[in-house]
Design a protein around this ligand. Structure first.
Ligand code: GLP
Length: 260
Protein backbone atom coordinates (compact mmCIF):
# COMPACT_ATOMS: atom_id res chain seq x y z
CA UNK A 1 0.00 0.00 0.00
CA UNK A 2 1.46 3.34 -1.03
CA UNK A 3 0.26 6.49 0.73
CA UNK A 4 0.68 9.81 -1.08
CA UNK A 5 0.04 13.00 0.87
CA UNK A 6 -0.36 15.99 -1.44
CA UNK A 7 -2.77 18.83 -2.11
CA UNK A 8 -5.40 18.85 -4.82
CA UNK A 9 -5.21 19.10 -7.81
CA UNK A 10 -1.98 17.05 -7.56
CA UNK A 11 -3.88 14.00 -6.28
CA UNK A 12 -6.39 13.93 -9.11
CA UNK A 13 -3.66 14.62 -11.66
CA UNK A 14 -1.81 11.49 -10.45
CA UNK A 15 -4.95 9.39 -10.86
CA UNK A 16 -5.69 10.91 -14.28
CA UNK A 17 -2.09 10.19 -15.33
CA UNK A 18 -2.43 6.52 -14.33
CA UNK A 19 -5.74 6.25 -16.21
CA UNK A 20 -4.32 7.96 -19.28
CA UNK A 21 -1.34 5.58 -19.31
CA UNK A 22 -3.67 2.57 -19.08
CA UNK A 23 -6.03 3.86 -21.76
CA UNK A 24 -3.21 4.70 -24.17
CA UNK A 25 -1.14 1.54 -23.58
CA UNK A 26 -3.67 -1.26 -23.04
CA UNK A 27 -5.55 -2.62 -26.06
CA UNK A 28 -8.72 -3.30 -24.04
CA UNK A 29 -8.65 -1.30 -20.82
CA UNK A 30 -11.25 -1.83 -18.10
CA UNK A 31 -11.86 1.00 -15.64
CA UNK A 32 -13.68 0.91 -12.33
CA UNK A 33 -15.65 4.12 -11.71
CA UNK A 34 -16.76 5.52 -8.36
CA UNK A 35 -19.41 8.05 -7.47
CA UNK A 36 -19.21 10.57 -4.63
CA UNK A 37 -17.42 13.90 -4.69
CA UNK A 38 -13.87 12.54 -4.26
CA UNK A 39 -13.29 11.46 -7.90
CA UNK A 40 -14.99 14.48 -9.51
CA UNK A 41 -11.78 16.37 -10.26
CA UNK A 42 -10.34 13.22 -11.87
CA UNK A 43 -13.34 13.12 -14.21
CA UNK A 44 -12.91 16.84 -14.97
CA UNK A 45 -9.22 16.33 -15.72
CA UNK A 46 -9.88 13.33 -17.99
CA UNK A 47 -12.57 15.30 -19.83
CA UNK A 48 -10.10 18.13 -20.34
CA UNK A 49 -7.53 15.70 -21.75
CA UNK A 50 -10.21 14.22 -24.01
CA UNK A 51 -11.10 17.65 -25.36
CA UNK A 52 -7.60 19.11 -25.58
CA UNK A 53 -5.28 16.13 -26.20
CA UNK A 54 -7.59 13.69 -27.94
CA UNK A 55 -7.53 11.14 -25.11
CA UNK A 56 -10.13 8.65 -26.33
CA UNK A 57 -12.26 6.27 -24.28
CA UNK A 58 -13.75 4.58 -27.35
CA UNK A 59 -12.16 1.21 -26.55
CA UNK A 60 -12.57 1.44 -22.76
CA UNK A 61 -15.09 -0.57 -20.77
CA UNK A 62 -16.10 0.69 -17.36
CA UNK A 63 -17.88 -0.79 -14.37
CA UNK A 64 -19.43 1.21 -11.57
CA UNK A 65 -19.11 0.22 -7.93
CA UNK A 66 -22.68 0.51 -6.74
CA UNK A 67 -26.23 1.72 -7.28
CA UNK A 68 -29.25 2.61 -5.18
CA UNK A 69 -32.11 0.12 -5.22
CA UNK A 70 -35.35 1.45 -6.61
CA UNK A 71 -34.15 4.65 -8.31
CA UNK A 72 -34.78 4.49 -12.05
CA UNK A 73 -31.71 5.19 -14.23
CA UNK A 74 -33.34 8.51 -15.20
CA UNK A 75 -33.47 9.74 -11.55
CA UNK A 76 -30.92 12.56 -11.13
CA UNK A 77 -29.33 10.79 -8.14
CA UNK A 78 -29.22 7.27 -9.56
CA UNK A 79 -25.55 6.44 -9.86
CA UNK A 80 -26.10 5.55 -13.52
CA UNK A 81 -27.22 9.09 -14.12
CA UNK A 82 -24.56 10.66 -11.90
CA UNK A 83 -21.70 8.87 -13.69
CA UNK A 84 -23.22 9.71 -17.04
CA UNK A 85 -23.52 13.41 -16.17
CA UNK A 86 -20.17 13.75 -14.39
CA UNK A 87 -18.07 11.75 -16.82
CA UNK A 88 -19.40 9.24 -19.36
CA UNK A 89 -21.43 11.65 -21.50
CA UNK A 90 -18.54 14.15 -21.56
CA UNK A 91 -16.12 11.79 -23.31
CA UNK A 92 -16.46 9.22 -26.10
CA UNK A 93 -17.35 5.90 -24.48
CA UNK A 94 -19.04 3.50 -26.90
CA UNK A 95 -22.74 2.91 -26.29
CA UNK A 96 -23.22 0.43 -23.44
CA UNK A 97 -19.54 0.48 -22.46
CA UNK A 98 -20.27 1.86 -18.99
CA UNK A 99 -22.16 -0.59 -16.82
CA UNK A 100 -23.49 -0.53 -13.29
CA UNK A 101 -25.44 -2.90 -11.08
CA UNK A 102 -29.16 -2.86 -11.95
CA UNK A 103 -30.91 -1.49 -8.88
CA UNK A 104 -34.28 -1.71 -10.62
CA UNK A 105 -34.07 -5.45 -11.36
CA UNK A 106 -36.93 -7.58 -10.11
CA UNK A 107 -34.48 -10.27 -9.02
CA UNK A 108 -31.70 -8.35 -7.29
CA UNK A 109 -29.81 -11.49 -6.35
CA UNK A 110 -29.65 -12.63 -9.97
CA UNK A 111 -28.72 -9.10 -11.11
CA UNK A 112 -25.84 -9.11 -8.62
CA UNK A 113 -24.48 -12.45 -9.83
CA UNK A 114 -24.81 -11.29 -13.46
CA UNK A 115 -22.86 -8.15 -12.64
CA UNK A 116 -19.92 -10.05 -11.14
CA UNK A 117 -20.03 -12.30 -14.19
CA UNK A 118 -19.96 -9.33 -16.59
CA UNK A 119 -16.88 -7.90 -14.85
CA UNK A 120 -15.09 -11.24 -15.09
CA UNK A 121 -16.12 -11.65 -18.75
CA UNK A 122 -14.58 -8.27 -19.53
CA UNK A 123 -11.28 -9.58 -18.13
CA UNK A 124 -11.57 -7.90 -14.71
CA UNK A 125 -10.99 -4.29 -13.75
CA UNK A 126 -7.51 -2.94 -14.52
CA UNK A 127 -7.74 0.26 -12.50
CA UNK A 128 -10.41 0.95 -9.89
CA UNK A 129 -11.05 4.46 -8.57
CA UNK A 130 -12.29 4.51 -4.99
CA UNK A 131 -13.49 6.94 -2.35
CA UNK A 132 -14.10 6.14 1.29
CA UNK A 133 -17.06 6.83 3.56
CA UNK A 134 -16.61 8.53 6.92
CA UNK A 135 -17.46 5.18 8.56
CA UNK A 136 -14.79 3.44 6.47
CA UNK A 137 -17.13 1.97 3.85
CA UNK A 138 -15.89 1.15 0.36
CA UNK A 139 -18.48 1.41 -2.40
CA UNK A 140 -21.51 0.66 -0.18
CA UNK A 141 -19.86 -2.06 1.92
CA UNK A 142 -20.89 -0.83 5.32
CA UNK A 143 -19.22 -1.78 8.62
CA UNK A 144 -19.84 -5.47 9.25
CA UNK A 145 -19.54 -6.42 5.57
CA UNK A 146 -17.83 -9.71 4.84
CA UNK A 147 -14.29 -9.06 3.68
CA UNK A 148 -14.78 -11.58 0.87
CA UNK A 149 -18.27 -10.45 -0.17
CA UNK A 150 -19.49 -10.39 -3.77
CA UNK A 151 -21.92 -7.97 -5.41
CA UNK A 152 -25.16 -8.05 -3.42
CA UNK A 153 -27.91 -6.05 -1.76
CA UNK A 154 -26.91 -4.02 1.28
CA UNK A 155 -28.88 -1.87 3.70
CA UNK A 156 -27.31 1.54 4.07
CA UNK A 157 -26.07 2.66 7.48
CA UNK A 158 -27.76 5.70 9.01
CA UNK A 159 -24.45 7.62 8.82
CA UNK A 160 -24.14 6.99 5.08
CA UNK A 161 -27.68 8.19 4.48
CA UNK A 162 -26.93 11.33 6.53
CA UNK A 163 -23.69 11.88 4.54
CA UNK A 164 -25.54 11.44 1.22
CA UNK A 165 -28.60 13.53 2.14
CA UNK A 166 -26.83 16.53 0.58
CA UNK A 167 -27.63 15.02 -2.82
CA UNK A 168 -31.33 14.67 -1.87
CA UNK A 169 -32.12 18.27 -0.80
CA UNK A 170 -30.78 17.49 2.71
CA UNK A 171 -33.67 15.06 3.24
CA UNK A 172 -32.25 11.92 4.89
CA UNK A 173 -35.52 10.08 4.39
CA UNK A 174 -35.32 10.62 0.64
CA UNK A 175 -32.02 8.67 0.48
CA UNK A 176 -32.86 5.08 -0.47
CA UNK A 177 -32.35 2.51 2.27
CA UNK A 178 -30.96 -0.21 0.03
CA UNK A 179 -28.32 -0.53 -2.64
CA UNK A 180 -26.52 -3.01 -4.82
CA UNK A 181 -22.79 -2.87 -4.30
CA UNK A 182 -19.75 -4.68 -5.54
CA UNK A 183 -18.52 -6.78 -2.63
CA UNK A 184 -15.18 -6.27 -0.96
CA UNK A 185 -14.03 -9.53 -2.57
CA UNK A 186 -15.12 -8.21 -5.98
CA UNK A 187 -13.28 -4.93 -5.48
CA UNK A 188 -10.11 -6.73 -4.40
CA UNK A 189 -9.97 -8.48 -7.79
CA UNK A 190 -9.18 -5.21 -9.57
CA UNK A 191 -5.51 -5.09 -10.51
CA UNK A 192 -4.76 -1.59 -9.22
CA UNK A 193 -6.84 0.34 -6.70
CA UNK A 194 -6.51 4.12 -6.36
CA UNK A 195 -8.39 5.69 -3.45
CA UNK A 196 -8.82 9.44 -3.01
CA UNK A 197 -9.80 11.01 0.32
CA UNK A 198 -9.77 14.70 1.19
CA UNK A 199 -10.84 16.71 4.23
CA UNK A 200 -10.62 16.30 7.99
CA UNK A 201 -13.92 14.38 8.16
CA UNK A 202 -12.12 11.45 6.45
CA UNK A 203 -9.08 11.49 8.78
CA UNK A 204 -10.21 8.75 11.17
CA UNK A 205 -11.37 6.45 8.34
CA UNK A 206 -8.04 6.98 6.54
CA UNK A 207 -6.05 6.25 9.70
CA UNK A 208 -8.02 3.03 10.31
CA UNK A 209 -7.77 1.96 6.65
CA UNK A 210 -4.00 2.37 6.47
CA UNK A 211 -2.87 1.68 10.02
CA UNK A 212 -5.69 -0.07 11.86
CA UNK A 213 -6.19 -3.81 12.31
CA UNK A 214 -7.96 -5.48 9.37
CA UNK A 215 -11.58 -5.75 10.44
CA UNK A 216 -15.04 -5.68 8.93
CA UNK A 217 -15.78 -2.85 11.40
CA UNK A 218 -13.66 -0.65 9.09
CA UNK A 219 -14.31 -2.29 5.70
CA UNK A 220 -11.60 -0.30 3.86
CA UNK A 221 -8.93 -2.00 6.01
CA UNK A 222 -9.32 -4.95 3.60
CA UNK A 223 -7.20 -2.94 1.15
CA UNK A 224 -4.19 -3.84 3.30
CA UNK A 225 -4.54 -7.33 1.80
CA UNK A 226 -4.24 -6.14 -1.82
CA UNK A 227 -0.84 -6.12 -3.56
CA UNK A 228 -1.30 -2.85 -5.47
CA UNK A 229 -3.10 -0.01 -3.73
CA UNK A 230 -2.41 3.72 -3.93
CA UNK A 231 -3.99 5.90 -1.24
CA UNK A 232 -4.07 9.59 -2.20
CA UNK A 233 -4.88 11.99 0.63
CA UNK A 234 -4.60 15.69 1.36
CA UNK A 235 -3.08 17.04 4.59
CA UNK A 236 -6.43 17.16 6.39
CA UNK A 237 -7.36 13.58 5.54
CA UNK A 238 -3.80 12.53 6.51
CA UNK A 239 -3.87 14.38 9.82
CA UNK A 240 -4.41 11.27 11.97
CA UNK A 241 -1.83 9.05 10.28
CA UNK A 242 0.82 7.87 12.74
CA UNK A 243 3.46 7.33 10.06
CA UNK A 244 2.70 10.42 7.98
CA UNK A 245 6.33 11.55 7.92
CA UNK A 246 7.47 8.13 6.75
CA UNK A 247 4.93 8.13 3.87
CA UNK A 248 6.14 11.59 2.83
CA UNK A 249 9.74 10.40 2.97
CA UNK A 250 8.98 7.34 0.82
CA UNK A 251 7.23 9.43 -1.83
CA UNK A 252 10.03 12.02 -1.92
CA UNK A 253 12.70 9.34 -2.30
CA UNK A 254 11.40 6.97 -4.95
CA UNK A 255 13.96 5.13 -7.01
CA UNK A 256 14.40 6.13 -10.62
CA UNK A 257 11.71 4.34 -12.62
CA UNK A 258 9.56 3.47 -9.61
CA UNK A 259 5.93 4.06 -10.62
CA UNK A 260 2.75 4.30 -8.66
C1 GLP B 1 -20.84 6.97 -1.32
C2 GLP B 1 -20.33 6.01 -2.39
C3 GLP B 1 -18.88 5.62 -2.15
C4 GLP B 1 -18.06 6.88 -1.86
C5 GLP B 1 -18.56 7.55 -0.62
C6 GLP B 1 -17.77 8.79 -0.25
O1 GLP B 1 -21.36 6.33 -0.21
N1 GLP B 1 -21.11 4.83 -2.48
O2 GLP B 1 -18.38 4.94 -3.29
O3 GLP B 1 -16.71 6.53 -1.72
O4 GLP B 1 -19.91 7.93 -0.86
O5 GLP B 1 -18.24 9.89 -0.96
P1 GLP B 1 -17.52 11.28 -1.09
O6 GLP B 1 -16.40 11.07 -2.05
O7 GLP B 1 -18.56 12.19 -1.63
O8 GLP B 1 -17.06 11.66 0.27
Amino acid sequence: MEVIIAPEPELSTLVADAIERLVREDPSPVLGLATGSSPLSVYDELTKRHEQDGLSFAKVRAFMLDEYVGLPASHPQSYHNVIDTEFASRVDFAKGAVQGPDGTAEDLRAASAEYDHAIAEAGGVDLQILGIGTDGHLAFNEPGSSLSSRTRVKTLARQTRIDNARFFDDDVDAVPQHCLTQGLGTILEARHLMLIATGGHKAEAVHQMVEGPVSSMWPATVLQMHPHVTILVDEEAASRLQLGDYYRHIYANKLEGQRL
